[in-house]
Design a protein around this ligand. Structure first.
Ligand code: HEC
Length: 123
């Protein structure tokens, strides 16, 4: 292999490594932001463990369900969870006490991480 070809190849590898690294950081960032959103906005009603028993839930006419319900986990899909989070409960026929989070509309990675969070709470 010629020297310049070896050199070119090593640039490709460095480039690939950097790209992968960048993605890893972006994922970690999205996960951290999702965790922050969960703690700051969702726990009040949904409870820290997703049981639907946060302090804010007491005052609600319609209580949030427990995310630990295996039947709900099995019958709801990720797109619907994201829609509820971004557009609010009313967008899928649920109670409007579940408010929309329009600032997350352009943050699909954060939405994905919130879905993961909701899914993980089931375990
Ligand atoms: C003001 C209280 C409140 C806050 C804050 C809140 N929710 Fe909700 N959420 C609700 C209620 C009440 C429902 C159930 C509405 C119904 O069943 O009609 C709900 C429903 C949901 C559902 C759909 C569950 C189902 O039955 O299909 C998801 C997913 C959800 N919330 C996630 C979140 C996330 C993530 C956050 C934070 C970004 C959040 N919620 C913040 C009250 C809240």
């Amino acid at each position: 292999m010629s020297r310049s070809r070896t050199l070119a190849l090593s640039f490709v590898f460095v480039g690939l490594a950097t790209a992968c690294n960048g993605k890893g950081d972006a994922n970690a960032e999205a996960a951290a932001e999702a965790e922050k959103v969960w703690q700051e906005r969702c726990v009040t009603c949904h409870g820290p463990d997703g049981g639907g028993n946060g302090p804010g839930a007491a005052a609600l006419a319609v209580k949030p369900r427990s995310f630990k319900d295996p039947t709900w986990q099995a019958t709801t899909d990720n797109e619907r969870i994201k829609k509820v989070i971004v557009e609010g409960g009313a967008s899928v026929g649920l109670n409007e006490a579940m408010a929309p989070n329009p600032d997350l509309k352009d943050k699909p990675a954060v939405q994905d991480e919130l879905v993961k969070k909701v899914r993980k709470l089931a375990q």
